[in-house]
Design a protein around this ligand. Structure first.
Ligand code: HEC
Ligand code: HEC
Length: 200
């Protein structure tokens, strides 16, 4: 074999090993990896200790968004001590597996907990959000489903985009001009819609 042929052969060898590492997400492995997460994410009414807000629903969530969220915790880009501790040693594969599992885990039912906001007013205010948050769970889109999410969790998320604690330039610009009442009403609207579920 001449040098060029060897280089070509090696090139092909490394290409195929890359293809092998990028395995398809494994829903069963994701389900197993999620066992340690159930205590918080599948118990209705489980709450973050301080500040107090309900643990977000993750069943039926868009896989690309879940993967992005877990990666953001893993890299400390989204600061939350418990979730950082739960993800710091995850491989990309484990993150993909969990995200794929959660996208299919739509069976558990748990009522989304409201916040007393005005859902009708919130619907009007949310008109500009619907291009991305219309509940479309098509693969490829990374916009999270908000419908059926607990209200005080969403309020907290919007406040964190406003303050920049949760870093996302797009979402920061989307919620920048909202008052505390607007945020409460918008959250009330999405909470009143069917969507996310507790994981079964
Ligand atoms: C001790 C309770 C607890 C445990 C255990 C836990 N979580 Fe969480 N999780 C939370 C809380 C609270 C939040 C919201 C954090 C925030 O405000 O960023 C959260 C956020 C998330 C989010 C982001 C949701 C969103 O809409 O952005 C995902 C995804 C997630 N957790 C998955 C997991 C996985 C996977 C595990 C197990 C490996 C796990 N969690 C273990 C409490 C927990
Ligand atoms: C152009 C698309 C787009 C528009 C329009 C948009 N969003 Fe978002 N939204 C996103 C994306 C992408 C994310 C995930 C960002 C991240 O990773 O933190 C997100 C995240 C969120 C979250 C956090 C979800 C979670 O589970 O933690 C909330 C709440 C939210 N958006 C509310 C709104 C509201 C309210 C509006 C309208 C005022 C709006 N968004 C408009 C794309 C959009």
């Amino acid at each position: 074999m001449n040098k060029k042929a060897i280089a070509l052969a090696l090139g092909f060898a490394s290409l195929s090993s890359i293809q092998l590492t990028a395995q398809a997400a494994n829903i069963e492995a994701g389900k197993n990896a999620f066992e340690t997460c159930r205590g918080c994410h599948t118990s209705p009414g489980a709450s973050n200790v301080y500040p107090t807000y309900y643990v977000p629903k993750v069943g039926g969530q868009v896989a690309a968004y879940t993967a992005a969220a877990l990666t953001a915790y893993k890299t400390s880009n989204r600061p939350h001590r418990t979730m950082m501790a739960n993800t710091y040693d995850f491989s990309e594969q484990t993150i993909e597996d969990i995200a794929a599992y959660l996208a299919t885990a739509t069976g558990g039912s748990a009522k989304a907990i409201a916040n007393g906001g005005d859902a009708k007013k919130g619907k009007e205010l949310a008109a500009s959000c619907m291009a991305c948050h219309n509940g479309d769970t098509n693969e490829g889109a990374s916009n999270p489903v908000l419908s059926g999410q607990h209200a005080n969790y969403m309020e907290r998320a919007m406040q964190e985009y406003q303050s920049g604690k949760r870093k996302n330039a797009l979402m920061q610009s989307m919620v920048q001009g909202l008052s505390a009442d607007d945020i409460k009403d918008i959250a009330a609207y999405f909470t009143s819609q069917k969507g996310l579920t507790a994981v079964d």
